[in-house]
Structure formats: structure tokens, C-alpha cells
Design a protein around this ligand. Sequence first.
Ligand code: ADP
Ligand code: MG
Length: 258
Amino acid sequence: GDTAVRDATEDESTTESTGAARPAIEATDLSHAFGDIHVLEGVSLSVEPGEIVALVGPNGSGKSTLLRFLARVRTPDEGTVSVGASGQGEDDRREGQGGHNRVGYLPQQPGFRDGFSAADTLRFYAQFADGDVDVSEILTHVGLVEASDRRVDALSGGMTRLLGLGRALIGDPAVLVLDEPASGLDPGMVERLFDIVSELADSGVAVVLSSHNLGPVERTADRVAVLDGGRFVADGPPGELVEAVSAADLQTAFGEFV
Ligand code: ADP
Ligand code: MG
């Protein structure tokens, strides 16, 4: 079932008739090419508040590109991304309007300026958020209290990623977009990261993440969407997906970690 590919018109009429809440984030008909390479071809995705959607797919299938569009740090050639209560499909960036429409984004390679401590780095980004940001609380949340005063260039890859998650949490985002959040983390940290993600979803945050870690994805995600050849080729609850997709295809989707 290709349920990730939804007709926006149908979704709107459903919302009207049932009075259901709007999706936290909705991407409609995204297409994008880099030169001759058509990375995405008419991809649509709708994520409800509190839902965790895992994107999987072979390397180069366009996961990071799609996540950048969802995070609105890049604009696709075609298609729209709308967040929260924002208008009918227009890409409206309302970073200044508080957490309601905020999308927190953890890039695949989170980069920080050398020389500053983890805490100072978060304080730097906190300046741009609305309202007060409790940097110590964020550091506690992502398990970096003991590394608060350590320089970011002295952090391990896993800790850098946790700091990236902390940065994404500034401003209480309604949507979290996490690109390979578990990569470079040791198994204990992977567990902790997915626990944090689950707790955030329980509190109503919509999460879209890419991951090669089949185990935690199966335990945590409400929905797994497999991207290949510019489209979603499978989409459903993790259990169904594992039954429906052949072992060879899963191997391709999740890479060497299955
Ligand atoms: P994934 O995250 O699934 O590995 P990406 O979104 O990173 O996939 O990449 C999808 C395809 O787009 C790849 O072929 C990649 O080489 C290409 N690509 C991604 N970003 C760029 C870019 N900025 N310029 C040119 N090609 C790009
Ligand atoms: Mg990627």
C-alpha cells in the first residue's frame, strides 16, 4: 500500500468532515533534480502530531534531500511543505511565531563552530529562539550534562550528534526532522536517543527520521516509509513492512546493519 502518497484534496475534505486535527507537517508532490538525477518524483508525506515516521532506503535514495525540504532549509523544484496551522500548502516560514510552527532539524552532519563549549554553543543558538530557553535542561535531556563545558571539537561523533539533537530541541518544536540521528552512537546511546524521541512523540511532537537501525526503528516508529527511485515504494507499520518486503529488499533499505 502506497499510503504515504496521499491526495492533498482528499486529506482536506477528510479533515473538514471529521474535524480531525491538521497534520503537524505535510509535504505535497515534492519533485527535485540535481542536474540529470531526479532524486524525488512527486513525493508526498503527511505526519500527525505525536507520530514517528522512519524513512529508510538505499544510500542515495534521497532521504537527506527530502528531510532538508521538510526542515525548510532547502526548497524543492516543485511541491509544497506546510507546517502546523500554516496556510493551505504555502511554504510559510514562521520561525518567529514560537514553537507552534517550528521545525527542529538535526542534519546528517551536524557542524558546530570550534572552540566553544557544548553549553555555550546551545546558548548561542538559544538567542534566536522566542522566549526563554533552559540550556541546562536541554543538556540533561540529551544526556550531555557532563560534557557541558567540553569544547565541541573535543566531543565524540555520537556526542556531537546528541548536541545536534539538543540544538534541534531549542524553541520547543512541533516537528522534529532527524537525519540519521543514531549514526555514530554506541548501542547504549542509540537506545537513549530512541527513548528521547519516543518521549517527545508522546508529548505530541511529530518526528520524521532516517535510520539504518532496524531494531530501534521497529520498536519506535509508527510508520516506516521506504524511499527508492525517487518515490515511496512501501509504507506501513514496521511489522507489516518487515513481513511484506523481502529480506533482500530490507537489506538494501537498511544497509549493512540488518
Ligand atoms: P540519501 O540521504 O538517501 O543517501 P541524498 O538525499 O543524500 O540521499 O542524495 C540523493 C541523491 O542526490 C544522490 O545521488 C546524491 O548524490 C544527490 N545529491 C544530494 N545532494 C546533492 C547536491 N547538493 N548536489 C548534487 N547532487 C546531490
Ligand atoms: Mg542521507
